[in-house]
Structure formats: C-alpha cells, structure tokens
Design a protein around this ligand. Structure first.
Ligand code: AMP
Ligand code: GLY
Length: 436
C-alpha cells in the first residue's frame, strides 16, 4: 500500500517513519518532505498545491493521505480531496478555523462552555488600548489569524501590551493575520499539550506531552515553535486526563457537531493547568490546533507500538471507537537543534555532520534539512529533533544528549534542559552509599 504525508517538518518525518513500519505499507511519499524523508520506503514529491497533490494521489493509487501542518488544512486541502472521493485525515477548511481564527475559537468556546481565558476581540486600535488600560498587565495579545507561532505576545507590562497592539493593528506587521486581535487574561500554571484523533464523533486520545516554547534554558528568551518535548507529561495524571476529556475534548467535538461542522483530524488542545496540587484546579484552553504538535509528534510517535495505518484507517472510516494504540511504557524525549539566529531569520546552508544510523530507541528526525549531493545541509530554523526512549526521563535525556553531542553544524542552538519539569516531579535516584 502507498501513503502520502503532506508537510516538510520533523512532525511529518516522524509520522512517515512510523507509518512506514506497517507491514502493509511499502511506500510513504512526503510532500514536499526534507533531507530525512528520502530513502528506504520514504520518498519526497515536490508538490504543494491541493489539486496537484490530489492528481498525484489518483495517478499513484495512494490509499490514504495524512496532513501534517495547518496551512494546507486552512486552505482546504481536505475539502479538495473529499470532493474527489480520496481518503484524507484532517479537518475541513471550516473546521480548521478552530486554529486559523483565534476569534472563532474563543467564541466557540464561550458558546459551548469550554473553559478558557476571559477575552475581547478588537479591530479598532483605540478600543484595544483602552481595554488594556482597564484590564492592566500582565495581559496577552494574539493576532487573530495564522502567524506561524509569532502571533502571541505575553505582555508583562502595559508598555509591551500597547506596543503589541500597535505592531499588529497599527503597522500591519503580521499582515491580514493581525488585522484583528484577541486580548485575553494572562493565565498562570503549567502548560500541557493534549492531542486526540477525531473521526467526527469518536475520540482516540494520544499519549500526553509537554513542549518547551522558549528559546533558552530555564524557559527564557523569545517564543519559538518549540525547542523540545517529551511524553508522557506527568502533569497530566489519570484524573487530569479524565477531566480534560470531559471538560474540554468531548464538549469541543460535540460542539462542532452541533454547529454543523463535524470535526475530523488531529485536535490539539494547548492547556494551562493552574498551579498547585488541588485535583480540582482549573484547566483552561490556551489554543486549539487542528494538527499534531511539532516537536510533540516526535516523542509521541517514538512511543507508538501499534500499526498506525490501522488507526488512520479507522479514523477515516468513522470507526475510531474500534481503534486502540499500544504505547511504549518508556519516556520519549526530543531536543530540537535550531539554526543560527532562529527564531529570527535563520542562516541556511550549514553542513551537518555526525548523523547516526536510525535506531529503535534513538531517531534523529529531520525538519529544515536538504540534501546537497552527499551532504545534508540546514535549510531553515528548526533543523533536527534528536529523540530517544529511556526507562525514565533522566535516561531518555542522557541518550538524547549523547547523540546531540555528535550531531554538529555551525551556529547550532539547543536547550540543555528539556524535560526539567518532569525531572522536578520525579525524585533523583538514591546515590549508592559509600561502602555499600
Ligand atoms: P498560543 O499560540 O495561543 O498557544 O500561544 C503561544 C504561547 O503563549 C502559549 O503556549 C503560552 O505559553 C502563551 N500564552 C497564550 N495564551 C496565554 C494566556 N492567556 N496566558 C498565559 N500565557 C499564554
Ligand atoms: N509545538 C507547538 C505546536 O506545534 O503548536
């Protein structure tokens, strides 16, 4: 069987790699793919438009397509494929508004009683400034549209908040994406990513994970697309899992059905879990994404022990209630190696050395890489994600950083503390006593 994965990042490499392990799959095409998604049973195809992709799928007899990133979903690739009777897993353009318009998502949550930060939406800069003065800082300013992770400013001071409004509504620095802004209450707590698969009615939860959005150790520096992730996330205890399903996920899926826009695809809820140990502490939705997370997918896919093709077949057939994923009990942890100057305009073209062979317990997923003859070179901001399994967070982390030490390119930036929150929750192993 042949499959297609749309996208070119680390998320897509991890999805394609896992799908290729199904005994029924002999080829996974990745469009447009990267330097790591070429070779063996993976093959890149240089296509991006929905019509070209659908033509390719029909010509090659591809059984099923999985969409990685939000942009093709928001542009309606699922609608195009379905209109031609092709099997594809992802939300329609209308359903993808849960991610592509923050204002749509906020109004949806209020309408269906899904817990989220208090907010208002503005197009008029004067009204936005007045609201900020009334509410005070800290406060969060979000561009309404897709802004590739650059549309959110968590403003610690009034000055920063006013400047963010000026930049989005005044100068049009984010273009159409910033022509409307959502201004919302700043929430405190610990973030977790909760990702599920939805077939319109049924939900299959994936393993939990936690991302690290800031560039530098200690969660400092600018926001990025994500500098590392691990799975499972111990903040999501079984009780929390149950509450998130009941308070967030099921009302979302039912709300979309009630609104006449049944949701199909991955649904990613970015959550803020209030600080403390109270089992009833608030869980609020920071954002919805209509896709898997990157880099969360990399550790999540490392832990999948089932045949993912079976799962996707159930997902497109509307029978996810009959699907199951067996998870590796170990922890998976991924560290992103980013290019010089990321998250600003990254330098490209640096040669990468020391890439290891694939191993069942350690994979280097490619993101912004491309082949240049025999060399592999950087081609964008987040270049690689070194991901490993271990019996504990500590062991997964050791395995990852041993590999990180060997995979080298000029200007490489990475965080040395991925998994610190999970480590804080698990006591260090007792040191053997002297003489024992
Ligand atoms: P978003 O794209 O909406 O997830 O926002 C990106 C990041 O900004 C989130 O992962 C949080 O770290 C932060 N953020 C977003 N909304 C809030 C909020 N209401 N309070 C505090 N932090 C937030
Ligand atoms: N890593 C965060 C995201 O994919 O949205």
């Amino acid at each position: 069987m042949k499959l297609l994965v749309i996208g070119s990042g680390g998320r897509e490499h991890a999805l394609a790699w896992r799908l290729a392990q199904s005994p029924r799959v002999h080829k996974v095409y990745v469009a447009p793919g990267n330097g790591g998604t070429q070779g063996g049973s993976l093959e890149n195809v240089a296509l991006t438009s929905a019509d070209d992709l659908a033509d390719f799928v029909q010509r090659e007899g591809i059984a099923l397509t999985v969409v990685g990133p939000e942009a093709p979903l928001a542009a309606g690739v699922v609608d195009t494929f379905r209109a031609r009777g092709l099997k594809i897993f992802g939300p329609t353009k209308a359903a993808a508004q849960l991610e592509s318009s923050k204002d749509y998502a906020k109004a949806f949550m209020v309408r269906h009683n899904i817990p989220t930060a208090r907010y208002e939406t503005f197009t008029d800069p004067a009204a936005a400034h007045a609201y900020i003065d009334r509410e005070g800082a800290p406060i969060v300013i979000k561009a309404d549209g897709l802004a590739a992770g650059k549309g959110v400013v968590v403003a610690a001071t009034l000055e920063e908040a006013h400047a963010a409004v000026d930049a989005m509504l005044g100068d049009g620095s984010l273009g159409a994406a910033g022509a409307r802004v959502v201004i919302e209450e700043c929430l405190l707590g610990e973030e977790a990513s909760f990702i599920v698969m939805v077939d319109g009615r049924h939900v299959l939860a994936l393993a939990t994970s936690q991302d690290h959005k800031r560039l530098r150790d200690g969660d400092e520096g600018p926001n990025t697309g994500g500098m590392g992730a691990y799975s499972p996330a111990p903040v999501v205890t079984p009780e929390m899992h149950h509450r998130i399903m009941r308070e967030v996920i099921l009302p979302t899926v039912q709300g979309m059905q009630r609104d006449g826009i049944p949701y199909t695809g991955f649904l990613y809820a970015g959550l803020m879990i209030a600080p403390g140990d109270d089992p009833d502490r608030a869980i609020k939705v920071l954002e919805f994404n209509c896709r898997m997370g990157d880099p969360e997918t990399q550790p999540i896919m490392m832990r999948v022990k089932s045949d993912m093709l079976d799962v996707f077949e159930h997902a497109v057939a509307g029978t996810l209630d009959q699907a199951d994923i067996v998870w590796d009990r170990r922890t998976a942890l991924g560290v992103v190696l980013a290019a010089h100057n990321y998250p600003g305009t990254p330098r490209t073209g640096d040669a990468i050395s020391g890439l290891p062979e694939d191993a069942a317990d350690c994979m280097v997923f490619h993101a912004a890489t491309k082949r240049d003859g025999d060399a592999i070179k950087t081609s964008g901001g987040r270049v690689l994600c070194v991901t490993a399994l271990g019996d504990s967070v500590r062991m997964a982390r050791e395995r990852v950083y041993e590999t990180v030490d060997r995979v080298v390119f000029d200007g490489r930036q990475y965080r040395g503390d991925i998994g610190w929150r999970a480590l804080k929750r698990t006591p260090a192993p007792a040191k053997p006593k002297a003489g024992s």
